[in-house]
Design a protein around this ligand. Structure first.
Ligand code: ADP
Ligand code: MG
Length: 561
């Protein structure tokens, strides 16, 4: 068993619709092993690398097992961090979207405990939280686990690394023994095995270890780009390398549709392929790609299976695949027939770990590059164009054109042959923009902040009852930019200023401009360097590139959030 169609798993129509909502086409290997076992009622120890879909591996069967008529806590999922608790809750909520009345509650420290009391009183089916906060609720008797049927230890290795062993043991020790216990971890250790021995009942071991695979003939490159900037970055890289035919891979059907819409709107010859298309639609898309009428094919792994088209110069991994073998299959589509192709991968956050695993198991090197700037793209275009000019001169046969130039220069005494050449270039290449659609990745001006940060102005402040935490909360909540990456925040009477890392600035403006903070509609723009509550010295103006900054290293200038 390797990968399955979700249809064969005997899942409810509601759950299948939730899976459709997530855009998943088929299971990952760990899901193919774990879902049937959990549905059968077995305790399991699941081990697979980061990013292989372990959340849905337990989330899907949990949804099938919860009795929605009972308003009691039937499952707890223990996670190492609040971020993971929130992510897992979001994924289970989306997967469970069509289970009417389902209630999933993330609980973690740092969130007002009173709000959690209220939610708990109203009845919750699945609690997802950090061990500390769950213990806290247990000892306050605000969380009753007497009806508990499932306990999940998610990312067990990380929880143990963080010193949660005693808390976990306490929780498992005081919940009904007649429960199903599920443990997932990226790695295994004797400590985890001991824990499993003590609290799991005859567990099945579900383990997926990647095979060592080889790749050759493909130059592998990765770009570290925040999700919100990924579509723009893709356009830049396409413009820069200008591949004749390329495939963009997305992990989900939704992703395919979104990328195609975006590329088409920007004038690229792109079309999409995924499992929802019928045979004649597929044939039409493939015919377009074979003939070169479509230059960029956007596809899921399933849909791209069996595609055999010559001359694919580049493969883009819009997402890092959930399965190592997919990576190898994907990049194997380029660089055939003795030619080297290029494989580009976009990564952010956790995907860096997947990339590290891929390098390890394919024993290959994926080198990091900066996303080309607008200037780089222009340079590449003019180099290419002037290269063609050189070839044309070398090929000769320009007698007729030379005569025309001579006549023109004689007649128009004001113009030199240099100016004539420049005018022709401008007419042929345009005034010096890049191809449509990428110009709104702004190269931000200096706004008097520390290097790597951009200062944004927001038209709201104390007069609207806005405090620093509201600004930070709204930006972090709406854009997903972690609060710790947000720099200095100043709130004035009617306006506020916030510093964000350059590479996130576009995304923050796009998402927040026209959005609301505490019910007040706001505008967000880049602040001028002389604007602000505390005037700044204007530094010599400099153009900065989006991707040069490393926001992780930006120091925080604000005391606390
Ligand atoms: P892990 O817990 O193994 O590190 P996650 O459960 O966080 O991995 O999954 C990583 C990403 O893969 C998530 O974005 C998730 O939505 C996605 N994913 C999970 N299962 C599938 C699937 N069957 N097809 C496509 N994407 C999937
Ligand atoms: Mg996980």
């Amino acid at each position: 068993m390797d990968i399955l169609n979700f249809d064969v798993l005997d899942l409810s129509a509601e759950t299948l619709k939730g899976i459709e909502e997530m855009g998943f086409e088929e299971t990952t290997p760990i899901q193919a092993i774990s879902i049937p076992a959990i549905l059968q009622g077995r305790d399991i120890i699941g081990q697979a690398q980061t990013g292989t879909g372990k959340t849905a591996a337990f989330g899907i069967p949990l949804l099938e097992k919860i009795d929605l008529r009972k308003r009691s806590v039937q499952a707890i999922v223990l996670c190492p961090t609040r971020e993971l608790a929130i992510q897992v809750a979001e994924e289970i909520n989306t997967l469970g979207k069509f289970h009417q009345g389902l209630s999933v509650l993330p609980v973690y420290g740092g969130q007002p405990i009173e709000r959690q009391f209220k939610a708990l009183r109203q009845g919750v089916h699945i609690i997802i939280g950090t061990p500390g906060r769950i213990m806290d609720h247990m000892s306050r008797k605000t969380l009753k686990l007497d009806q508990l049927a499932f306990a999940v230890l998610d990312e067990a290795d990380e929880m143990l690394d963080m010193g949660f062993r005693e808390d976990i043991e306490h929780i498992l020790g005081t919940t009904p023994v007649k429960r199903q216990t599920i443990l997932f971890s990226a790695t295994m250790s004797p400590v985890i095995m001991r824990l499993a021995e003590k609290y799991l009942n005859d567990p099945m071991i579900a383990k997926v270890s990647p095979k060592v695979l080889t790749v050759h003939g493909t130059e592998q490159i990765f770009f570290e780009v925040h999700r919100g900037n990924r579509l723009e970055a893709l356009c830049r890289v396409v413009d820069y390398y200008n591949p004749k035919l390329s495939i963009v891979f997305s992990n989900t059907k939704r992703g395919v549709d979104q990328i195609v819409r975006h590329l088409q709107a920007r004038g690229y010859l792109a079309d999409g392929l995924h499992g929802d298309l019928n045979q004649s639609q597929r044939d039409r898309v493939m015919a377009g790609f074979r003939s070169g009428n479509t230059e960029i094919l956007v596809a899921t792994d399933v849909a791209a299976r069996g595609i055999d088209v010559e001359g694919i110069e580049a493969v883009f991994n819009y997402d890092v695949p959930n399965d190592l073998e997919y990576y190898v299959h994907r990049i194997g589509r380029t660089g055939r027939a003795g030619k080297t192709g290029r494989a580009f991968t976009f990564v952010s956050g956790k995907e860096m770990y997947k990339l590290r695993d891929i390098q390890r198991f394919t024993k290959s090197k994926i080198s990091q590059q900066r996303v080309p700037s607008i200037g780089d793209v222009e340079q590449a275009r003019s180099d290419k164009f002037l290269g063609l000019v050189k070839e044309t001169i070398a090929a000769g046969g320009l007698e007729k054109q030379l005569r025309l130039v001579e006549e023109f220069i004689d007649r128009e005494e004001e113009s030199s042959s240099l100016e004539l050449s420049a005018a022709l270039l401008k007419m042929l290449m345009g005034p010096g923009e890049t191809s449509p659609g990428t110009e709104h990745i702004k190269d931000f001006d200096d706004s008097g902040t520390q290097t790597g940060m951009v200062r944004l102005a927001i038209n709201t402040g104390q007069a609207d009852d806005i405090a620093i935490k509201d600004v930070v909360g709204a930006i972090a909540g709406e854009t997903g930019l972690p609060g710790r990456l947000i720099g200095k925040v100043e709130v004035g009477k009617h306006s506020s200023f916030v510093e964000v890392p350059q590479e996130y600035a576009n995304n923050v403006i796009q998402v927040m401009d026209g959005n609301q903070i505490r019910g007040k509609r706001i505008t967000v723009k880049q602040a001028g360097s002389e604007q602000g509550l505390t005037p700044r010295k204007r530094k010599p103006s400099r153009n900065v590139n989006l991707e040069k900054s490393r926001p992780g290293r930006v120091k925080r200038s604000r005391k606390s959030g």
